[in-house]
Structure formats: C-alpha cells, structure tokens
Design a protein around this ligand. Structure first.
Ligand code: G
Ligand code: G
Ligand code: MN
Ligand code: NA
Length: 250
C-alpha cells in the first residue's frame, strides 16, 4: 500500500500537521482548550485521514515516531496560547506501552515551556491498558510530571469500573456515538447519566464529543457533563485560527 510505503518518510518531508478542535465549558460556552488531531497531506493521495493511517502506523511501528512528533508539536503550539488554555494529545496504546512515554512527555514539556497542567494525554481503552504493574508504573510516572490523563472513547471497549478506580484518570471522554444517538436511542441518555455518576464517584471531569446540535448540548449540560466538543462549537482549526477565534488574540 502507498500509505504504508510513504508513512516513514512523510514526517521528514513535512507532510503532517496538527489541527485543534476547541473544547468548551458547556455551562457558559467558554473555551477550555483544544484536542490536537493529526492531518497528513499526501502529495498524490491528498488529505489522508488519521482513521486511515493511525492503524497502519501502529502495525508498522511508525506510530512511536509520529506520536512523539505530535506530542512535541502540540506542546510547542499550545505554549503560544494564553493561560490557562490546555491541549489534549491522543496517545496510541502502542506509544503508551513501548519506549518511555514519561521521558517523551517530559522532553516535550521542557522544549516548549508548556506548564504541565495544561497538557492532557488521551488514552484509549484497550487490552494493552489492562492494569498490570507496568501500566500502573507508567501512569504514576506521568502523574508525577503533573500532566492530566483522560480516558478516550469511553464506552466502546474494555472499560471496567475496577480499571477506573485503579488508574485514577482526571477525565473521561464519552464516545461520540452516545452523543450522536441521544435523539434516537433512549439507552444513550441512560448511559450518559450513568457515566456522569461514575465520574463523580471518582472525581473525574466528563467531556462529551461529537456535539452537533443545541439540543444535544443542553441534554449533556443538564446531565452533568462539564465540557464538550463538536461541530456545534467548531471544526478542528489551525493553531493560529484557534488562538484568534477562541483566545481573543491574533
Ligand atoms: O480527526 P479525525 O476524526 O479524522 O480523527 C480520526 C481518528 O484518529 C480519531 O479517532 C482520533 O482520535 C485519531 N487521531 C487523530 N490524531 C491522532 C494522534 O495524533 N494520535 C493518535 N494516536 N490518534 C489520533
Ligand atoms: O476519536 P477522536 O475523538 O480522537 O476523534 C475526533 C474526530 O471526530 C476528529 O477527527 C473530528 O474531525 C471528528 N469530529 C469532531 N467533532 C465532530 C462532530 O461534531 N461530529 C462528527 N461527526 N465528527 C466530529
Ligand atoms: Mn481523542
Ligand atoms: Na474519542
């Protein structure tokens, strides 16, 4: 496949950049930060979605290099946003488990000068994140750096309550499908309310994704979700666009 062949050199050729999707406080609509999302502009294929290359990057091992680049770039760009706006960076399971994630994070913070509390790492549930001793040690060393940890795509996979109590995330991101299904699936409302109770039990913030309508935003706010992101507020933006539109400076 072309994607697999070109992935390794794409970074050196400057074909990747990051977009930032704003996250807002659902109570008053004010921005709290943004999620960094990778984009690949391929010379022949055009824009390739991360949905199409992240899995391949995980399979051929280039995800570690790509992930480190995303971490460094996101920290460097977010350091130009005013306090206390934060940035959330997606960390693939393989990136979390291989190499030394804590030293990668420490280097990215040091190089950018970003205050650690402004960086959130979004981890996805997977069998790789089963809480064995190594995972717990890695989580603890990240927490010692002062960064925030978010459990992404919650509700899609391996989530267990025991897992939440052991790993002590700062935040849960409820998967987009539950927001999308709010109007049509009565179960989606119940699941969101249950996750809110769970989050309160463990003192975690709740973030919803994929918010497209004011009705969805209203339900989520009344259910107790503190933050949200989605096309209702903004599509993913460049760092400069985000700064200009959401931080009041050019
Ligand atoms: O932005 P878009 O909807 O095309 O993203 C598709 C998927 O790719 C999302 O699930 C998103 O979490 C993932 N993704 C985007 N950027 C990154 C990244 O920098 N690292 C990892 N691991 N996943 C990413
Ligand atoms: O899995 P992850 O949450 O990292 O994926 C984020 C992806 O979801 C981004 O690629 C972004 O383009 C997409 N996205 C963001 N907001 C919305 C939305 O309101 N509706 C839909 N359908 N997709 C969205
Ligand atoms: Mn995410
Ligand atoms: Na997600």
């Amino acid at each position: 496949r072309i994607i697999e062949r070109d992935l390794w050199q794409a970074l050196d050729r400057g074909e990747f950049h990051l977009r930032y999707q704003p996250k807002v406080n659902l109570a008053n609509g004010s921005p709290t930060g943004a999620e960094a999302l990778m984009r690949w502009h391929h010379p022949e294929l055009g824009d390739v979605s991360p949905a199409d290359f992240i899995a391949i990057a995980e399979a051929n091992g280039s995800i570690e290099t790509l992930g480190r680049w995303a971490l460094e770039t996101a920290c460097r760009e977010a350091a130009t946003w005013p306090e206390p706006l934060g940035v959330s960076v997606n960390i693939a399971p393989q990136q979390f488990c291989s190499g030394n994630i804590a030293s990668d994070v420490e280097s990215a913070l040091a190089a950018s000068g970003l205050r650690p509390g402004r960086l959130t790492l979004e981890l996805v549930e997977s069998e790789m994140l089963e809480s064995d001793a190594t995972v717990l040690r890695r989580v603890e060393s990240l927490k010692r750096l002062g960064v925030r940890l978010s459990l992404d795509d919650f509700g899609t996979g391996y989530s267990s309550v025991g897992y939440l109590s052991r790993l002590r995330f700062d935040e849960i991101k409820i998967d987009r499908q539950f927001t999308t299904n709010l109007g049509t699936d009565p179960g989606a409302q119940g699941i969101i309310r249950s996750v809110v109770v769970l989050a309160e039990t463990f003192d975690m913030k709740i973030v919803s994704e994929g918010i497209e309508t004011p009705e969805q935003a209203l339900f989520l706010r009344l259910a107790g979700c503190q933050e949200g992101q989605g096309f209702l507020y903004s599509e993913p933006l460049t760092s400069a666009e985000f700064r200009a539109r959401f931080a009041g400076t050019g």
